[in-house]
Ligand binder design. Structure first.
Ligand code: ADP
Length: 420
C-alpha cells in the first residue's frame, strides 16, 4: 500500500486550467481556427473533469492513512483546483457557440447551454443519444449522414426555426468529434437588409432613368450643334446608368433564388449566337473562332445561362486590343463539359484574380468604363453558375490573354434527344 498521496491527476488538472484560460482567450480573439482550437481544448478539459470527479474519492481512500499535515495540504489544494475547474467548466458551458462532444459513434457525451438553445438538445435525456437520429429530418442531420466533410454554412438551427447557424465538425481526442455551431442570424439579417436596399434603390431608379433617357433620345444633336458633344455624353452616361440598374436588379433576383428552371438549353444555337454577339461587338477588330465538340446540351435556365455566357464573350472583346484572337469553346471532360472563352487580350495580374467576381471590382476602372462595363458582369456569371452547380475558373497572363472557363458536371448535361 502507498503511504503518500497519488498526485498524478493534479498536473493534468493544472495544465487543463492553463489550457482553458488560453482557450477562452482564443475564443475571445474570435476567428474560426482560434475558436476551433479553443473549444477542442475546452472539450479535453470537460472530459478530464469528469475523470477527476470519478477518481478523486477513490484516490483518497486508497492513500490513507497519512499524516494530518499532508492530508490538510492535499485537501486545500484539491478544493482550490476543483473550484477553479468548476468555474472553468461553467465558463465552457456558457460559450455562445453551441458545443457538442461526440464519441466515435456520434453519440452525445456532453453539450453546453447554447447547444440546448440552437440545436434543441435536452438534458439529461439527450446524453448518450445518437445525434444524427436526434436531429431528425433536418439539414444538419443530412450533413452528418453525408460525412460532414466541409463546414455547413447558413442553415436553419434545429432548435430555433428563426435562427441561422454555421456548423463545423472537428476531430478530437481518440476518434472523438466536436460539433460547433455558431449563430449567424444577425449577419443573415444584415445581409437581407443590404439585399433589400439594393433591390429597392435599383427599382426606384429605373423609372426616372427611363424618362431621362427617353427625353435625351428626343433631342437631335444636329439641331443644337454647339451642344452635340454634351448631349452625346449625357446619352452614353444615362445608358450606362440604366445598364447598372438592370444588372443590379438581375443580381438581386439571382441572390434570392435557390434553384433555377430545369429546361433544355440547346447549346449549338446558343454558341452560334455567342459568336454573332462577339462579331457585332468587335466590328471586325478581332478574329473570332468557335469550337463546338461537346455535342451535349445543358439543363438549366436558358435566359440566365445566355446572360452569363455572353458576359464572358463581351469581356473578351472589350479587353482585347484590335487584331487579337478570341476563341469560344464547348468541349466534354471526363466529369462533364466546359464552356470557355479564350482571348489574347490585356490579361489580368494574378493578385486580382480572386476578387474579380466581387461586385464593382475592376482591374482598371478607366478601361472598364471606356468599354461600357458596369463592374457587375462577372458577379452575375458567378451567381448563375452557382445556381447550376457549376464553377468559374480563370487563367490569365498579363500581356498574353485570359481564359474564363465554366465547368458543368454530368448531372447538368443532356445528350441530344435525351428527355429532360
Ligand atoms: P466590367 O463591366 O468592368 O467588365 P466584369 O465584372 O465583367 O465588369 O469584370 C470585372 C473586371 O475583370 C473588369 O473590370 C476587368 O478589369 C476584368 N476582366 C474581365 N474579363 C476580362 C478579360 N477577358 N480580360 C482582361 N480583364 C478582364
Amino acid at each position: 500500500m502507498q503511504n503518500t498521496f497519488d498526485r498524478s491527476w493534479m498536473l493534468p488538472a493544472a495544465l487543463a486550467a492553463g489550457l482553458l484560460a488560453g482557450a477562452v482567450v482564443g475564443w475571445l480573439a474570435g476567428g474560426h481556427v482560434a475558436t476551433g482550437t479553443a473549444v477542442v481544448a475546452i472539450a479535453e478539459i470537460v472530459l478530464l473533469l469528469s475523470r477527476i470527479r470519478h477518481q478523486a474519492p477513490f484516490m483518497m481512500t486508497q492513500n490513507s492513512p497519512v499524516n494530518s499535515l499532508q492530508h490538510d495540504r492535499f485537501m486545500t489544494r484539491s478544493r482550490r483546483i476543483a473550484s477553479s475547474l468548476r468555474d472553468l467548466r461553467s465558463a465552457a458551458g456558457s460559450l455562445p457557440d453551441a458545443v457538442v462532444l461526440l464519441d466515435n459513434e456520434q453519440h452525445v457525451r456532453w453539450f453546453n447551454h447554447a447547444a440546448e438553445d440552437l440545436l434543441g438538445l435536452r438534458r439529461p435525456q439527450d446524453r448518450g443519444a445518437y445525434l444524427e437520429e436526434r436531429l431528425g429530418a433536418t439539414e444538419l442531420a443530412g450533413w452528418l449522414k453525408d460525412g460532414a466533410r466541409e463546414p455547413l454554412n447558413d442553415v436553419t438551427a434545429p432548435g430555433h426555426p428563426n435562427r441561422h447557424i454555421n456548423v463545423t465538425l472537428l476531430p478530437f481526442g481518440r476518434r472523438q468529434r466536436l460539433l460547433l455551431a455558431r449563430d449567424i442570424s444577425h449577419l443573415t439579417r444584415l445581409e437581407q437588409i443590404r439585399r433589400d436596399f439594393v433591390a429597392n434603390v435599383s427599382h426606384e431608379l429605373r423609372t426616372p432613368l427611363t424618362v431621362i433617357h427617353g427625353y435625351l433620345e428626343l433631342i437631335d444633336p444636329e439641331d443644337v450643334p454647339e451642344l452635340a458633344p454634351v448631349i452625346n455624353e449625357m446619352r452614353a452616361q444615362s445608358k450606362r446608368m440604366g445598364q447598372i440598374v438592370e444588372d443590379l436588379l438581375t443580381l438581386s433576383r439571382l441572390e434570392t433564388q435557390d434553384h433555377v428552371a430545369e429546361e433544355r438549353v440547346q447549346m449549338t444555337p446558343l454558341l452560334v449566337s455567342m459568336r454573332k454577339e462577339a462579331e457585332a461587338l468587335s466590328q471586325g477588330r478581332h478574329q473570332i473562332t468557335l469550337e463546338n465538340t461537346a455535342e451535349v446540351d445543358l439543363l438549366g435556365s436558358p435566359k440566365d445561362l445566355h446572360s452569363a455566357l455572353s458576359n464572358l464573350v463581351s469581356n473578351a472583346v472589350r479587353y482585347t486590343p484590335t487584331g487579337g484572337h478570341i476563341t469560344i469553346r464547348w468541349r466534354r471532360t471526363p466529369d462533364g463539359a466546359v464552356y470557355s472563352v479564350t482571348d489574347t487580350g490585356y490579361g489580368i495580374p494574378a493578385s486580382h484574380l480572386a476578387r474579380l467576381t466581387e461586385r464593382f471590382y475592376r482591374v482598371s476602372s478607366s478601361r472598364s468604363r471606356e468599354s461600357g462595363g458596369t463592374g457587375l458582369g462577372l458577379s452575375i456569371v458567378k451567381h448563375v453558375l452557382n445556381l447550376h452547380q457549376a464553377r468559374l475558373d480563370i487563367q490569365s497572363e498579363p500581356g498574353q490573354g485570359s481564359t474564363f472557363a465554366c465547368w458543368f458536371s454530368n448531372e447538368r448535361l443532356l445528350a441530344p434527344g435525351e428527355p429532360e
